[in-house]
Design a protein around this ligand. Structure first.
Ligand code: GDP
Ligand code: MG
Length: 755
């Protein structure tokens, strides 16, 4: 198949460089390089040679000339004079073939001063084995193959003939030209547009001068037309003209042996024609003026110099294997091969910069500490623009379509890696930013707490958030990559904002807890005072309304729970107000506030309940009962202390006072309101848990009987302050205490009498 890849053995993978281990030198290539040897093998060191001769980096700035002609017509001699080459030349004594296969050498005649007549840069000359039947027996095969090779690569074919051969239509030269035309047509079958024109430069040797140059030229042109007309042309090219494919130029040289000085003079003149010409349509066609430049742009094969070895080898491979030469396909294959090679080469520098950064990032991720890499942005920008520029410089000379595709491939390869770096950098910036934000807010709150809790939480969050966003944008800006469409951070910024919101919400929740704790503490201290005060009132047995009547409790005793409930609900209401104001100041949501208040009411109830338990603790309550009793027993209706006399009804007073105090005990035992004789509406007052309550919100809440129904404790039980046993116990102890007081009174009455 003719679509196979140009063959490239391993040594050519780095075609810019000489094979390792050898020490190639210019001296080694003194006579140029045998590109194709007598066994039709392609030389694997062509790229080495072109490197040594500094052709490889030349791009399109090089030229290739091949020389054709019969054996021993002075071809090598001419080239050596013209280009300072050292191709092997037959000695004048032995007459045997010297040039075998195809040799190549760089022009060694370099003008010291560049002027309009200076030879072009980087001229490569191919000296093709003589094409005489005599040289290879009847083997026309090599002739065809070398002609095809020369045509596929060379801009100019020098056809070297003796003057006396001109007009000998049956001569060996004509056979050669026929071959050249045939193989040329073969090249055009695939695509006539992409194949360059070739200049056929006839150098007529041993020109005696009797026949004018113009006659010789006309004779040759007639012969060429005749040959062209006899060719069987491929389908579609039947009407093609020879001028469609070839330009012609002619030059005559004197006899080298007989007129050596004139010969050299004319060669010198001829050398001036191997200079750059410009694409002037007037100058194409017949170049017979004898001074027009040889190298016109339309002759150039457009194979970049660094791709030439691979291309030439691919061409030769196809020719040797008798495959159809398909130059456009060859050029595409070459482009693919070279573009891949150039990609690998330019990736080396890219890797040098980028791989360590990738490793550093990966290490951070592995340790769970993604880091924001300093200098990442500039490194990425330089690496990206450098690699794309380098690729463009070297690869854009190749087939446009292939180049464009390969450039896109390289760009996407590079961008995949850069994008990963970019993304990881942004997520590191995100993580670091969120952490910094969180700790900055916490630190500000802590310092605010130290200064007396008068800090503005919302302001702290807002200002830290603004700082965090600015820092993130700064980090993101610093890693933007010029010219990369993926290099935008809007989505990341949105994500970052969302993450900050989440952290803010968490911090706000913490702040809510702190606020709740503060408010609860305030409730505890207020209730401690006011509830204590209410219980202390029990110590006095004479309420506002004169003498206590049996069954008619003083207001202080009867309304105890009403007053406690009232003071409790007022206190909590005020606490709720404080809580709500403060929570709103830092943008807590209505739901959050609602949950906070619900928790506050529950916790406050717990505080109250604990305070009540403390008040009714045995020692405390017994003391108060005793005080209450003593107040009733030892003071008369007007509050004057009694001096006991034996006539007094001590026993009656005692019984009355004791019974009155005793009735306080069942009153204390249950928290109930006087009006309804029922417990306060605690469940309704607390309310059910708001819909947005989370399990975390409920975690630290003690169950409340009658409110948390599934706790299996009723409201009655929740409101039981003293159980029967305790009541009984308290009663017994109180009576003992009262008895003691009575005995003491009795004694003092008797004592008072004896005095
Ligand atoms: P090639 O086989 O075509 O490369 O021919 P060579 O360059 O090896 O030369 C073959 C012989 O022709 C050598 O002996 C040269 O000295 C001789 N020769 C070279 N140039 C000329 C020339 O211009 N005229 C004549 N008559 N002989 C030449
Ligand atoms: Mg030769």
């Amino acid at each position: 198949s003719n679509t196979r890849h140009p063959t490239a053995p391993p040594t050519m993978m780095n075609s810019h460089f000489a094979p390792v281990g050898e020490n190639p030198s210019r001296e080694q290539y003194e006579h140029g390089i045998q590109v194709i040897d007598e066994d039709k093998e392609f030389n694997q060191h062509l790229s080495t040679y072109l490197s040594i001769e500094k052709i490889i980096p030349a791009g399109f700035n090089y030229h290739l000339i091949s020389v054709f002609g019969s054996q021993s017509t002075g071809k090598s001699t001419l080239l050596n004079y013209l280009f300072g080459t050292e191709f092997g030349v037959m000695s004048e004594q032995e007459r045997r073939q010297t040039t075998k296969g195809i040799w190549m050498s760089k022009n060694k005649r370099v003008s010291a001063v560049k002027d309009a007549n200076s030879m072009a840069d980087n001229i490569l000359v191919m000296d093709v084995e003589g094409t005489d039947g005599r040289e290879r027996g009847e083997d026309q095969d090599f002739e065809r193959k070398s002609a095809l090779f020369a045509l596929a690569t060379s801009e100019v074919l020098i056809v070297n003939i003796w003057e006396h051969q001109v007009g000998l239509y049956q001569g060996a030269n004509m056979g050669l030209l026929k071959t050249v035309f045939e193989v040329n047509l073969q090249l055009f079958i695939k695509d006539s547009k992409t194949i360059a024109k070739t200049l056929l430069f006839f150098v007529i040797r041993d020109h005696i001068g009797t026949t004018p140059m113009s006659n010789l030229r006309n004779t040759l042109l007639q012969d060429l037309s005749r040959i062209w007309s006899t060719l069987s042309k491929p389908k579609g090219l039947e009407n093609s003209r020879i001028e469609d494919y070839f330009d012609f130029a002619f030059c005559a040289l004197p006899h080298k042996i007989l007129q050596p000085e004139k010969f050299e003079e004319e060669v010198e003149k001829l050398s001036h024609r191997f200079r750059e010409g410009y694409n002037d349509p007037k100058k194409s066609g017949l170049l017979d003026e004898g001074s027009l430049p040889v190298f016109l742009p339309q002759y150039h094969r457009r194979i970049p110099a660094d791709g030439f070895p691979v291309y030439a080898e691919g061409i030769w491979d196809q020719i040797v294997n008798n495959k159809d030469l398909d130059l456009p396909t060859q050029q595409e294959l070459l482009a693919q091969f070279r573009c891949d090679e150039i990609s690998r080469e330019v990736l080396v520098a890219f890797d040098e910069t980028i791989t360590p950064l990738e490793d550093k990032q990966a290490e951070g991720v592995r340790l769970g500490q993604p880091t924001v890499l300093a200098g990442l942005g500039p490194a990425m920008n330089v690496a990206r623009s450098t690699i794309l520029k380098d690729f463009e410089t070297n690869a854009s000379r190749y087939h446009k379509g292939v180049y464009t595709r390969k450039r896109a491939e390289l760009e996407s390869k590079v961008d995949t890696r850069l994008k990963a770096l970019f993304q990881k950098q942004l997520s590191a910036a995100n993580k670091a930013g969120v952490e910094q934000f969180s700790s900055a807010v916490s630190a500000a709150v802590k310092s605010g707490q130290k200064k007396g809790n008068n800090y503005d939480f919302a302001h702290i969050v807002d200002s830290e958030k603004a700082k965090a966003l600015a820092k993130f944008e700064e980090d993101a800006q610093a890693v933007l990559v010029q010219g990369a469409s993926w290099s935008t951070y809007q989505a990341d910024l949105t994500l970052y904002k969302k993450d900050l919101e989440e952290v803010s919400a968490r911090l706000r929740k913490d702040e809510m807890r702190r606020l709740a704790t503060r408010v609860e503490r305030w409730v505890r201290s207020r209730l401690g005072e006011s509830v204590g005060l209410e219980f202390n009132k029990l110590g006095t047995g004479r309420g506002g309304s004169g003498a206590p009547e049996h069954g008619d409790r003083p207001a202080t005793e009867k309304d105890l729970w009403d007053r406690i409930w009232a003071v409790f609900t007022e206190t909590v209401e005020s606490a709720e107000g404080r809580f709500t104001d403060r929570a709103r100041s830092f943008d807590a949501s209505p739901d959050e506030v609602e949950v906070g208040l619900w928790r506050l009411r529950r916790k406050s109830w717990g505080v109250l309940r604990a305070k009540i338990d403390e008040e009714v603790m045995e020692g405390n309550i017994l003391l108060k009962l005793r005080e209450n009793f003593e107040d009733k027993f030892r003071y008369d209706e007007s509050g004057v202390p009694r001096i006991w006399r034996p006539t007094d009804d001590i026993e009656g007073l005692y019984t009355k006072a004791r019974e009155s105090t005793v009735t306080i005990i069942p009153l204390l035992a249950r928290f109930k309101l006087a009006a309804t004789s029922a417990p306060p509406p605690l469940d309704a007052w607390i309310g059910s848990a708001p819909a947005s309550t989370s399990s975390a919100d409920e975690e630290d809440l003690a169950p409340i009987g009658g409110v948390d129904e599934d706790e299996g404790k009723s409201l009655e039980e929740e409101m039981t302050v003293l159980n029967d046993t305790k009541m009984q116990d308290l009663l017994v102890r109180f009576k003992k205490t009262a008895d003691g007081v009575y005995v003491e009174a009795k004694r003092s009455a008797i004592g008072g009498m004896t005095q």
